[in-house]
Design a protein. Structure first.
Length: 341
């Protein structure tokens, strides 16, 4: 990567999607870490238009080569259109700009490398296009690799519960409107989910939803497979069977994980295997973790770890994490890695 002529230690970053929930989280994490990264804000789709930041109207410059010529990093946290514009600009620049894609829209580009700093440290040969692994994929990869190092694993099954904030501000607004409408017997807004999500669980969105839940499930599977293929280090880690379910919660992923091992396991040993700087463990005599308690927290919280009463070699795990913070932390860690090169 051609970074020798750029003083990356005082990096300048273009944040595409500064007006989104994810973009604001990325900016907040970078500022709280005193990262020294100077941020130029752009709208979610890269078009020149008016937006809002910190409650005030602002004008976002169009995302063009000239408007990012002094930026070392392009951080994608907006729409697919904005992601594609950032990709084309960086590709035309021949490696002058690094791209950190927090949305996953660029995960199938030929130069893309799925990255999860919570699990691994990117090597010096990392691509100029880093796609932050889906937060649920990062969580699964971290948990499964730690468990496999403790005891050889045969298989795993995960139910992943998706929060409305993964669909951005419009997803939050629609869930809020639906809850209010149901309590007051009014018609439901269904432009995002095309189905009732309030007080409900969805295995799929309605036919007219702009995006399909199955597409996000497939992204989690792709990212999990990519991470596990690099993390085995000679210890086989099974690819989990997973199901994505849309939950009526505003923020935070919850994962119900079942894992089968080659030998009998005890909950205390499984807790010890997971305990780390990235995973907080809640013991059996403590309150079980929940998504509301994970909001704005880095890393994961695991608890209610129990042996399967019907299978002595299997265990159940309940894992939660803030989806926006997991992705924002990954982006900030990736930028820090670029600054060290």
């Amino acid at each position: 990567m051609a970074k020798e002529e750029s003083n990356i230690k005082t990096a300048k970053a273009a944040l595409i999607g500064a007006d989104t929930l994810l973009g604001r989280e990325v900016q907040e994490v970078l500022e709280s870490r005193k990262s020294g990264v100077s941020i130029s804000a752009f709208g979610a789709n890269g078009e020149g238009n008016f937006g809002e930041q910190e409650g005030e109207a602002v004008y976002f410059e169009p995302l063009e080569t000239r408007t990012v010529e002094d930026c070392d990093v392009l951080i994608v946290a907006g729409s697919e259109a904005g992601a594609l514009k950032a990709y084309e600009i960086a590709k035309a620049g021949g490696g002058r700009h690094s791209v950190i894609d927090c949305t996953g829209y660029l995960d199938q580009a030929p130069e893309a490398r799925i990255s999860a700093p919570i699990v691994e440290t990117p090597g010096p040969d990392t691509s100029w296009l880093l796609v932050m692994a889906h937060p649920a994929a990062s969580a699964l990869a971290l948990v499964l690799t730690r468990l496999s190092r403790h005891r050889q694993m045969r298989r795993a099954i995960a139910h992943v519960f998706e929060p409305a904030s993964e669909r951005g501000k419009r997803g939050l607004t629609e869930l809020h409107q639906q809850v209010s409408a149901l309590l007051s017997f009014k018609p439901l807004e269904t432009s995002i989910f095309d189905a009732q999500l309030g007080f409900n669980l969805l295995a799929q969105y309605g036919e007219d939803a702009p995006e399909k839940l199955a597409a996000f499930e497939q992204r989690i599977e792709r990212h999990t497979a990519a991470l596990l293929s690099r993390l085995s280090n000679g210890v086989p880690v099974p690819m989990p069977s997973l199901r994505l379910i849309q939950a009526p919660v505003f923020h935070g992923y919850s994962i119900s994980l079942w894992a089968e091992f080659e030998a009998e396991v005890r909950p205390a040993d499984l807790e010890q295997a997971l305990a780390s700087a990235q995973i907080e463990i809640r013991a059996a005599d403590e309150e079980a973790p929940h998504s509301a308690g994970a909001v704005s927290q880095s890393g994961l919280i695991a608890g209610d770890i129990r042996a399967d009463p019907n299978h002595s070699r299997a265990g159940w795990f309940w894992i939660v994490g803030d989806n926006l913070r997991l992705t924002a932390d990954a982006a900030a860690d990736s930028i820090a890695g670029l600054k060290r090169r």
